[in-house]
Write a protein that binds this ligand. Structure first.
Ligand SMILES: NC(=O)c1ccc[n+]([C@@H]2O[C@H](COP(=O)([O-])OP(=O)(O)OC[C@H]3O[C@@H](n4cnc5c(N)ncnc54)[C@H](OP(=O)(O)O)[C@@H]3O)[C@@H](O)[C@H]2O)c1
Length: 319
């Protein structure tokens, strides 16, 4: 048993105290010896060795990777907020990890975002040129450009919005608070995304690692939805009325937001056996949208607990 554990390939996952990283680490334990890093929120996950790491500390990153010698590094850590710090974590932190990965010859998977696109020419294929309009998207695009220069095997994955119904992810929690009248929030009817269930994306990432997919890969759901239509569906799935969810337009908010960053997922559908279900399908499938594991339920942070929770004047997280 111990021998079996030792002979498994090692994967180092950054950001396992986060929403996506936690799921990927959990699924990856079936195939890998999994090391997971957190920053400020210590986390315990069955079968995962977790420890703190600040990816902005180049020596700590180098030491960590040299110590564990992972075959795969999946980089999901992120900070979204104050711009200088955000750039430090997203751009410089990714650079430190890439240099460490190169030294041990690891396959590198970088989790990016659909917000590298300007929202004017959807749906976007992997070959379309990024033109970010938000500082977050700009930082992710700069990080992507570093990954493109990586001399070893590497993949850039671009998810759209990630969802989980129960326990609700931080954004869904915000929708539920708005539907309950606990907060006032505006949901845009003219901002479109291709949201996916986090469980599907996490499973797809584990498959991607096994297949050593390279280049750029869009991992998003098949259903294009406005932020408002998504919020209504999530509220109704919780048995809440949607009349308190305020519908609004981007232009009225004073915010600069990309209008439509829907992703073309043809490449993922050709390459992977993991299927990414639509929001409507997932709402009918408890195995995709609801969590059977009470340990996972306990560990989802409340909005405001995480350094990466931010609200816009419209009351939504800035991703
Ligand atoms: N969520 C979405 O809808 C969505 C959509 C598209 C793309 N993405 C991408 O998917 C990835 C995961 O997103 P997420 O929603 O899971 O993020 P998240 O829940 O905000 O988690 C962020 C993670 O990064 C860690 N972190 C923050 N600063 C760090 C630092 N200096 N050093 C090391 N770790 C640090 C956090 O650790 P602590 O909590 O312990 O401090 C946490 O584990 C990100 O790359 C994001 O850009 C997410």
């Amino acid at each position: 048993m111990v021998q079996q554990q030792l002979s498994r390939p090692r994967v180092l996952i950054t950001g396992v105290s986060g929403f996506l990283g936690r799921w990927v680490a959990t699924f990856a334990t079936a195939h890998y010896e999994v090391m997971g890093t957190y920053f400020r929120h210590a986390v315990v996950l069955p079968g995962v060795r977790t420890f703190p790491l600040d990816i902005c500390d180049p020596q700590a990153v180098a030491d960590c990777v040299a110590h564990w010698q992972p075959e795969v590094i999946l980089h999901a850590a992120v900070y979204i907020g104050e711009v200088t710090r955000m750039r430090e974590v997203i751009v410089e932190g990714t650079g430190h990890l890439l240099r460490a990965a190169e030294r041990v010859g690891a396959y590198f998977v970088y989790v990016s975002t659909d917000l590298v696109f300007d929202g004017e020419h959807a749906p976007y294929a992997e070959t379309d040129p990024p033109r970010p309009v938000l500082p977050y998207g700009q930082a992710k695009w700069e990080a992507e450009r570093q990954v493109r220069c990586f001399p070893g095997n590497a993949l850039i994955v671009r998810p759209s919005l990630l969802c989980h119904l129960d326990p609700p992810d931080p954004r869904t929690r915000w929708v539920l608070k708005a539907a309950n009248g606990q907060v006032e929030a505006t949901f845009f009817v003219d901002e479109f995304r291709t949201p996916a269930w986090v469980v599907d994306v996490a499973r797809a990432l584990v498959e991607v690692m096994a297949r050593r997919v390279q280049g750029v890969l869009h991992l998003a759901g098949p259903q294009r939805l406005s932020r408002y239509d998504l919020a209504v569906r999530l509220a109704h799935a919780w048995g809440l009325p949607s009349d308190r969810l305020r519908a609004g337009r981007r232009a009225e908010s004073g915010l600069i937001r990309p209008g439509d960053t829907s992703l073309d997922t043809t490449r993922a559908r050709r390459l992977l056996t993991t299927r990414l279900h639509s929001i409507d399908e997932g709402l009918q499938r408890p195995d995709i949208s609801r969590c059977p594991d009470p340990a996972q339920k306990r560990q989802v942070p409340e909005p405001g607990d995480s350094g990466t929770w931010h609200t816009t004047p419209g009351g939504e997280r800035s991703t």
